[in-house]
Design a protein around this ligand. Structure first.
Ligand code: PMT
Length: 405
C-alpha cells in the first residue's frame, strides 16, 4: 500500500457492477480499493452476474454482495435506503449503455438504479461498451443528461476492444479508478471547493471549414485542473478544442467557441473561477453557410468583439474568487495589473508569449508566471507546467482561504 492510499481509510464506497465483459475488471478494482483501506459494499445488476460471480466479489470485498431489491435477509441487515445513506461515493464500474439509459431516465427497476436515485452521494460512472454503442446518438444524449445532473464520467478510454473493434468504450483501468477515488477523498487546502477552469483556445467559425483561433494547447489549464483536484477541489474543466486527456477525477466540458465557453462558465462558475483559456477576442459577424470561394484577390472579414468571459464571471452575484491570466508580448507587469483592475479580479497570472517567452508560453511543456493581486505580487520561476500549476494553485488556495475566513 502506498502512502497516498491511506486517503481512503474508512471511506464508504458503494461499488456498482453492471453487465458487460469489463465486469471481470471489477475483481481487481475491489482488491485495490480494499487494499487502500476503503470500506466497500458491492451491488451487482442481474446482468453483471452473467460475467462475474457474486462469490468472487464477496470473497475479495469481505462483504456479502447485494443483487436484489427484494432480498428479505439483506434488507433486514441493511435496508436499501440505509445503504444509499451509508455511501459517501457511488462508483459504477463498468457502467453499461443500458444502465446509463436507465439512470438518465430516472428508473428504479433494480437495486443499483434504486440506490442511485435514493442517495445524495456523488455518482461516478466508468462506462464500458462497444465503440459504436458509446458513439450512438442515444448513448451520447444520455451522457449529456447525466453530466448536466452532476454525474461524473470516468472515461471511457480508447483502444482495442474485447469485440475486436478499435475506438472509445474501454473501461478505465482499475488503477486509474483507484487514483480518482484517492484524489476525491484527498485532504488538501481546497477540499470540497468547487473550482471551474477554462483552458485551451476557442475556435470562431468563418465558414464550414475555416476558423479564427490561436496557439493555445490547453497544457497550462489542464495542469491547473490536475493540481486543483490533487488539493481536494471538485474541478470542472471547460476545454476548447485540444488533444489532451482529462486529468483524473476532473469533470470536463468540451466547447468550441467563446460563446459556448461563456455559457458553460455561467452554468456553474464554482467558488473559484480560473480563466486560463486563450479566448478569441473577435468572431465573424456572419458565418458563411458554404465554403467561401477564392474569387477575389482580397477578402474583407467583418469581426465582432466576443464577450469577456472572465469579466462576466467577476460581475456575477454571488461572485466567485476570480483568477485571470494575461498573455503579453510587451510591458507584462503594466498590462497584467491593468487587466487585474479593469476586470475586477482577485489575482492575475501573467506570462510572456511570442518571442519573449524564453521556453515558456504557448504549447511549451514549461512556463514562468508573474502573479499579481491587489497589494502584492510573486514571481514563479520557469519550470514544468505541472510544477508551476501546483505553485500557482497553492497561492490561489492561500488567498482564497484567507478571504473566506
Ligand atoms: O494553453 P497553453 O499552450 O499551455 O498556453 C498557456 C497560455 C499561454 C494560453 C496561458 O498561460 C495564458 O496566458 N492564458 C490566457 C491567454 C489570454 O487570452 O490572455 P489575455 O491577456 O488575452 O486575456 C486576459 C484574461 O481574460 C485571460 O484570463 C482570458 O482567459 C480572459 N478572457 C479574454 C478574452 C475573452 N473574451 N474572455 C476572457 O475570459
Amino acid at each position: 500500500m502506498t502512502e497516498n492510499h491511506t486517503a481512503l481509510n474508512g471511506r464508504r464506497i458503494l461499488l456498482g457492477v453492471s453487465g458487460g465483459i469489463a465486469a471481470y475488471k471489477a475483481a481487481e478494482l475491489v482488491r485495490l480499493l480494499r487494499g487502500a483501506g476503503a470500506e466497500l459494499r458491492v451491488v451487482m445488476t442481474p446482468a453483471a452476474s452473467e460475467f462475474i460471480t457474486p462469490l468472487t466479489l464477496q470473497a475479495l470485498s469481505g462483504q456479502a454482495v447485494r443483487q436484489s431489491l427484494f432480498d428479505a435477509a439483506h434488507e433486514a441487515a441493511m435496508g436499501h435506503i440505509e445503504l444509499a445513506r451509508w455511501a459517501e461515493l457511488i462508483l459504477i464500474a463498468p457502467a453499461s449503455a443500458d444502465l446509463m439509459a436507465r439512470l438518465a431516465a430516472g428508473m428504479a427497476d433494480d437495486l443499483l438504479s434504486t440506490l442511485c436515485l435514493a442517495s445524495a452521494a456523488p455518482l461516478w460512472l466508468a462506462p464500458a461498451m462497444n465503440q459504436q454503442m458509446w458513439q450512438a446518438a442515444a448513448t451520447q444524449a444520455n451522457v449529456a443528461v447525466l453530466r448536466e445532473r452532476g454525474v461524473q464520467l470516468l472515461g471511457p478510454a480508447s483502444g482495442e476492444q474485447a469485440c475486436g473493434e478499435q475506438g472509445p468504450g474501454r473501461m478505465w483501468e482499475p488503477a486509474q479508478l483507484l487514483a480518482a477515488c484517492v484524489t476525491h477523498f484527498a485532504d488538501g487546502p481546497l477540499r470540497g471547493v468547487a473550482v471551474t477552469i477554462t483552458a485551451g483556445p476557442t475556435r470562431e467559425a468563418i465558414d464550414p471549414v475555416r476558423f479564427i483561433s490561436n496557439h493555445s494547447s490547453g497544457k497550462m489549464g489542464f495542469a491547473l485542473a490536475e493540481a486543483a483536484a490533487g488539493m481536494g477541489a471538485r474541478v470542472r474543466l471547460i476545454a476548447g478544442p485540444v488533444s489532451l486527456s482529462t486529468p483524473t477525477g476532473v469533470a470536463r466540458i468540451d466547447v468550441e467557441s467563446a460563446e459556448q465557453m461563456l455559457q458553460a462558465s455561467l452554468a456553474d462558475p464554482g467558488e473559484i473561477f480560473i480563466a486560463c483559456a486563450a479566448v478569441a477576442d473577435y468572431r465573424a459577424v456572419q458565418v458563411a453557410d458554404n465554403k467561401l470561394k477564392k474569387q477575389q484577390p482580397a477578402l474583407e472579414l467583418k469581426l465582432l468583439r466576443n464577450p469577456d468571459i472572465l469579466a462576466t464571471m467577476a460581475g456575477q452575484r454571488p461572485r466567485p474568487f476570480c483568477v485571470g491570466f494575461a498573455a503579453e508580448t510587451e510591458r507584462l507587469a503594466e498590462h497584467a495589473q491593468g487587466k487585474l483592475k479593469a476586470k475586477g479580479l482577485d489575482m492575475i497570472a501573467a506570462n510572456w508569449v511570442g518571442e519573449r517567452a524564453a521556453g515558456g508560453g504557448f504549447d511549451s511543456e514549461h512556463n514562468a508566471l508573474q502573479v499579481f493581486w491587489p497589494g502584492g505580487d510573486r514571481q514563479l520561476a520557469l519550470t514544468t507546467k505541472t510544477q508551476l500549476a501546483r505553485e500557482l494553485m497553492t497561492l490561489v488556495a492561500t488567498h482564497y482561504n484567507e478571504r473566506k475566513t
